[in-house]
Ligand binder design. Structure first.
Ligand SMILES: *[C@@H]1O[C@H](CO)[C@@H](O)[C@H](O)[C@H]1NC(C)=O
Ligand SMILES: *[C@@H]1O[C@H](CO)[C@@H](O)[C@H](O)[C@H]1NC(C)=O
Ligand SMILES: *[C@@H]1O[C@H](CO)[C@@H](O)[C@H](O)[C@H]1NC(C)=O
Ligand SMILES: *[C@@H]1O[C@H](CO)[C@@H](O)[C@H](O)[C@H]1NC(C)=O
Ligand SMILES: *[C@@H]1O[C@H](CO)[C@@H](O)[C@H](O)[C@H]1NC(C)=O
Ligand SMILES: *[C@@H]1O[C@H](CO)[C@@H](O)[C@H](O)[C@H]1NC(C)=O
Ligand SMILES: *[C@@H]1O[C@H](CO)[C@@H](O)[C@H](O)[C@H]1NC(C)=O
Length: 542
C-alpha cells in the first residue's frame, strides 16, 4: 500500500469515525438535492422576493436590481448606484437640501425589498440617500412606478430616512393592509446616528437620523401620503429607543414576518454581546396588525399598544447559543399532536462559529403573551415589565387594574388602558435539535407529516435534515454550492412548488430542487434513504 493510499484510508476512517462520533447519523451526499438554475451577480447579493402569482423573482444586489423569470432568466435589470452621497447630507429628494460635505460615489446596498401585489409595485430601499425607498413596477423593475416625492407636496426628512443608511446596519420590513385596506409598511432598522458604530466621529451636530428615525415604524404606502408615519393614530406608529439608553439597546433586526394576524420581528440586542456570553441576546417581538377586525371599527391600533417582546433562548445553562441568525415559521407534526401545528425554527450561533437549530411552539409564545398581560394587570411583578427604553419619562410600570376581567383580544393585543409596550422577563427556552458549525440559514417544510429542515452554511453547503416526530434527526443529506460562498440568512420555498428552494449566496442566486426521487430505483432503496419527499411505499401509494 503506498503511503498516500494509507493516508487517505486513515483520513477516510478518521472522517467516518468523526462524523459517527459527532452525529451518530448517516450523512448522504448530494443526490436528494440538486441545483436547477443559478443566476450569478457581479456585485454582492442583498435581498430577494418571489411573486407567487407570476413566479417572478426580484433580486437585489449592490447597485443593481434584477427581475428574473421562474427559471432565472433575466427579464429586466436596473442600476441603483453608485451615486454621489454623504451620510452627513440629507437625501437630495429633500427640497433645498444643501450640504457642505463633500459627496463621493457611494455604493447602494439594498436594505429592503418587498412586493405589494395589489398596487403592482416592488418596494426597494437602499443604503444611500439616508435609506431612501422607492416603488418600482412589478412588470418592469426598470420603471419607477410612483414618483416620489410628488410635485407640490411637503417633504420631511422622516419620509426619506427609512432604511438603515449603512451597509452593515440591519433593516427588515413587511407590507400589510390596515383597517379599511390601506397599504402599510412595517419597517425596523438599526439606529445609525450619533453614538452608534455607524456614525462618523466628531460630527454630532450633523446627526440627521437622531430625531427622524425610529427603530420600528408603521408607515403609509398610499401614494397620497407615501412613507409618512404621521398616520392615524399619529405618534403611536413609532417605536423609538430613548437617546440615553441607545447604548444598551443596539438592536439588530433579523427578520419580520406575519403569522396568523400578528407580525413578529426577530431581533438581537448586540449591546449584550461579549458581556455575558451565557446570556441569550435574541428577542422575539410581536405587534398586532391593525387589520379588519369588526370589534375595533372606530379606532386604529397603536404600534406601542400591542408591542410585546420576550427572549428566545436556544440551549440551556453552559450551552447557550445566544445570537439568532435566521428564523422561519412552519406548521409541523411534532410529538403526539393531532395535526400539524405552528413552530418557529431558528438558527442560533455563539462566538467561535458553533451553531444550532432550536424550535419554539407558537402556541407557547401566544400563551406566554396572554399570561404576561394578565400578570401585568395584577400590578408590578418580576415576570413582566413595561419596556421603559421607549417610554418618555420614567416610572411607567404594570398597574393593578382591580377586578377587570381582560378579554381575549386585550390579552393578545393590549388595549387603551394597557397601552405600554411590554417585555416578558424570562426567555422562552428550547433545546437544540441539531448542532453543527457555521449554520447560517433555515427553511422548514412539512412533507407527508415529516418535518424536513434545510440549512445553509457559511461554507457554501446546503443541508437537508429529515426529523422524527420527537424532532430528533433521522437522516441528513448535503449539497455543495457553487464557489463555496456563504448562504444568506433568508431562504424561501418556491411559493407555488415546495419541491424547490430559492437561496442566495454571496454572488449567486440559486433554485434548488429539494427532492430528486427519480434517483431511487426501488421501493426499498427509497425507504432506506428515509427521505420524506419520497413516500413511494406509504399509504398514499406515491
Ligand atoms: C424564462 O425565460 C427563458 C428565456 O426567455 C425561457 O426559455 C424560459 O422558458 C422562461 N421560463 C419560464 C418559466 O417562463
Ligand atoms: C423595461 O423598461 C425599460 C425602461 O422603460 C425599457 O427600456 C425595457 O425595454 C423594458 N423591459 C421590458 C422587458 O419591458
Ligand atoms: C475628535 O474629537 C476628539 C474629542 O472631542 C478630539 O480629541 C479629536 O482630535 C477629534 N478628531 C478629529 C479628526 O477632529
Ligand atoms: C384574522 O383576521 C381575520 C379578519 O378579521 C379574521 O377573519 C380571522 O379569523 C383572523 N385570524 C386569526 C387566526 O385570528
Ligand atoms: C405570570 O404569573 C404566574 C403566577 O405568578 C407565573 O407562574 C407565570 O410564569 C407568569 N407568566 C408570565 C409570562 O409573566
Ligand atoms: C398527517 O397527520 C394527520 C393527523 O394525524 C392525518 O390526518 C393526515 O392524514 C396525515 N397526512 C399524511 C399525508 O400522512
Ligand atoms: C426520538 O425517537 C427516536 C425513535 O423513536 C429515539 O430513538 C430517540 O431516542 C428519541 N430522541 C429523543 C431526544 O427523545
Amino acid at each position: 500500500m503506498s503511503p498516500s493510499t494509507a493516508d487517505r484510508t486513515s483520513l477516510g476512517l478518521l472522517a467516518t469515525v468523526f462524523s459517527v462520533f459527532l452525529t451518530a447519523l448517516q450523512t448522504r451526499t448530494a443526490d436528494a438535492l440538486q441545483i436547477q438554475q443559478a443566476f450569478a451577480t457581479p456585485s454582492r447579493t442583498n435581498n430577494f422576493v418571489v411573486d407567487a402569482v407570476s413566479r417572478r423573482v426580484y433580486l437585489a444586489a449592490v447597485n443593481s436590481l434584477y427581475q428574473l423569470n421562474a427559471t432565472l432568466s433575466r427579464e429586466a435589470e436596473t442600476r441603483t448606484g453608485p451615486v454621489l452621497d454623504n451620510p452627513l447630507c440629507h437625501a437630495p429628494q429633500l427640497p433645498q437640501a444643501m450640504c457642505e460635505h463633500q459627496k463621493t460615489l457611494t455604493d447602494n446596498h439594498n436594505k429592503l425589498l418587498a412586493l405589494d401585489r395589489e398596487q403592482g409595485v416592488l418596494l426597494a430601499c437602499g443604503s444611500v440617500y439616508q435609506g431612501f425607498c422607492e416603488l418600482r413596477s412589478m412588470d418592469n423593475v426598470s420603471r419607477v412606478a410612483v414618483k416620489f416625492p410628488q410635485d407640490g407636496t411637503t417633504v420631511f426628512p422622516s419620509m426619506l430616512n427609512i432604511a438603515a443608511n449603512h451597509e452593515d446596519a440591519s433593516t427588515v420590513g413587511l407590507i400589510f393592509r390596515s383597517h379599511g385596506g390601506a397599504p402599510r409598511l412595517l419597517v425596523a432598522a438599526t439606529f445609525t446616528g450619533m453614538g452608534s458604530e455607524y456614525f462618523p466621529k466628531n460630527h454630532s451636530k450633523e446627526d440627521l437620523r437622531f430625531e427622524n428615525t425610529p427603530e420600528i415604524a408603521i408607515r403609509s404606502l398610499n401614494t397620497k401620503d407615501l412613507f409618512t408615519y404621521n398616520i392615524n393614530p399619529s405618534e403611536d406608529n413609532v417605536f423609538k429607543i430613548k437617546q440615553e439608553v441607545k447604548q444598551k439597546n443596539k438592536l439588530s433586526f433579523v427578520h419580520a414576518f406575519v403569522h396568523k394576524n400578528y407580525s413578529y420581528i426577530a431581533i438581537n440586542n448586540d449591546a449584550n454581546t461579549g458581556l455575558k456570553e451565557s446570556q441569550p441576546n435574541s428577542i422575539l417581538a410581536r405587534i398586532c396588525l391593525d387589520t379588519d377586525d369588526p370589534r375595533r371599527s372606530a379606532e386604529s391600533r397603536k404600534l406601542t399598544e400591542s408591542y410585546i417582546q420576550m427572549g428566545l433562548q436556544c440551549g440551556s445553562d453552559g450551552n447557550i447559543y445566544n445570537r439568532l441568525l435566521s428564523i422561519c415559521p412552519a406548521d409541523i407534526s411534532a410529538h403526539s399532536a393531532a395535526g400539524p401545528e405552528p413552530y418557529l425554527f431558528g438558527v442560533f450561533a455563539r462566538t467561535g462559529g458553533q451553531s444550532a437549530v432550536c424550535a419554539f411552539r407558537v402556541a407557547d409564545v401566544e400563551e406566554r403573551i396572554r399570561q404576561g398581560r394578565r400578570n401585568c394587570s395584577n400590578g408590578p411583578n418580576s415576570d413582566v415589565q413595561v419596556l421603559d427604553s421607549v417610554i418618555q419619562g420614567s416610572g411607567a410600570q404594570c398597574e393593578l387594574k382591580g377586578a377587570i376581567k381582560l378579554q381575549e383580544e386585550q390579552l393578545n393585543c393590549g388595549a387603551a388602558h394597557l397601552q405600554h409596550p411590554l417585555a416578558l422577563m424570562r426567555p422562552l427556552r428550547a433545546p437544540p435539535i441539531y448542532e453543527a458549525p457555521g449554520l447560517s440559514s433555515i427553511a422548514v417544510d412539512n412533507v407527508h407529516n415529516r418535518t424536513v429542515v434545510f440549512l445553509g452554511t457559511s461554507r457554501g453547503r446546503l443541508r437537508k435534515l429529515s426529523l422524527l416526530a420527537n424532532l430528533s434527526v433521522a437522516n441528513q443529506w448535503s449539497l455543495r454550492l457553487p464557489a463555496n460562498e456563504p448562504v444568506h440568512h433568508i431562504m424561501t420555498f418556491d411559493p407555488s412548488d415546495h419541491n424547490y428552494l430559492y437561496l442566495m449566496t454571496t454572488h449567486h442566486f440559486l433554485r434548488v430542487q429539494v427532492s430528486v426521487c427519480g434517483l431511487y430505483n426501488s421501493c426499498s432503496e427509497c425507504l432506506s434513504a428515509g427521505d420524506a419527499h419520497c413516500g413511494w411505499c406509504t399509504l398514499e401509494k406515491r
